[in-house]
Design a protein around this ligand. Structure first.
Ligand code: HEC
Ligand code: HEC
Length: 153
């Protein structure tokens, strides 16, 4: 009789333990239970603003030597190929149709090679603009981030 009582008590405790465990379900950062198939994140679109049109501002840099982020749409200019680099149509200069635009820095031009017009040619290591310069989407960070950018010494 005593043995049966101990057995029943233990079984009850064990059931309670398992029960507790199954109610405190682990949840992933995207909000789903960890045992459920992961949902693809909502697809966000990049800026659709045509460069130079509207009032899009340059995106503040967060560290020294950072390639600046692209504040405008780039779909029309990619992929960049050997014969066609749409980015250069604008960024080779600091002005387009009377409007100011950010010209590529001196680091982007060759110190020795000249182009057909006698101007410094584009440095070939800088030709594939989108390996360094990327557009941004307005995505909420999954976890709090207290990182503070430092762009000045
Ligand atoms: C039609 C002209 C035009 C074309 C083509 C163009 N851009 Fe721009 N870009 C601009 C202008 C103008 C700005 C200033 C922000 C604005 O008005 O959109 C700018 C801003 C930028 C900036 C920010 C610079 C900084 O100092 O913060 C980067 C980086 C950039 N563009 C990269 C690119 C890349 C890479 C491509 C090709 C995929 C490209 N751009 C194609 C005109 C152009
Ligand atoms: C290897 C990486 C890399 C590639 C490739 C590259 N850039 Fe940059 N770009 C940078 C970095 C880093 C900076 C910031 C420092 C500087 O000017 O060198 C920059 C700066 C710029 C700026 C801002 C200049 C300024 O004075 O503020 C523009 C505009 C730009 N790049 C456009 C382009 C375009 C257009 C291409 C393609 C033809 C390109 N970049 C290719 C790394 C790169």
């Amino acid at each position: 009789m005593k043995k049966t009582l101990i057995g029943v008590t233990l079984a009850a405790l064990l059931a309670g333990f398992i029960g507790c465990n199954s109610t405190s379900q682990l949840v992933s950062m995207r909000g789903d239970g960890v045992e459920l198939p992961d949902h693809a994140p909502v697809s966000k679109s990049y800026s659709e603003k045509t460069p130079g049109v509207g009032d899009q501002r340059l995106i503040t840099r967060t560290f020294l030597t950072q390639p600046p982020l692209v504040p405008h749409a780039i779909e029309k200019y990619v992929p960049i190929t050997y014969d066609d680099n749409g980015c250069l149509e604008c960024h080779i200069t600091d002005e387009l149709r009377g409007k100011k635009l950010p010209k590529m820095g001196a680091s982007h031009f060759s110190k020795t090679v000249l182009d057909e017009d006698g101007n410094p040619a584009v440095e070939m290591s800088r030709y594939q603009c989108d390996t360094c310069h990327v557009p941004q989407v307005d995505a909420k960070p999954l976890v709090d981030n207290v990182f503070n950018g430092v762009t000045k010494r």
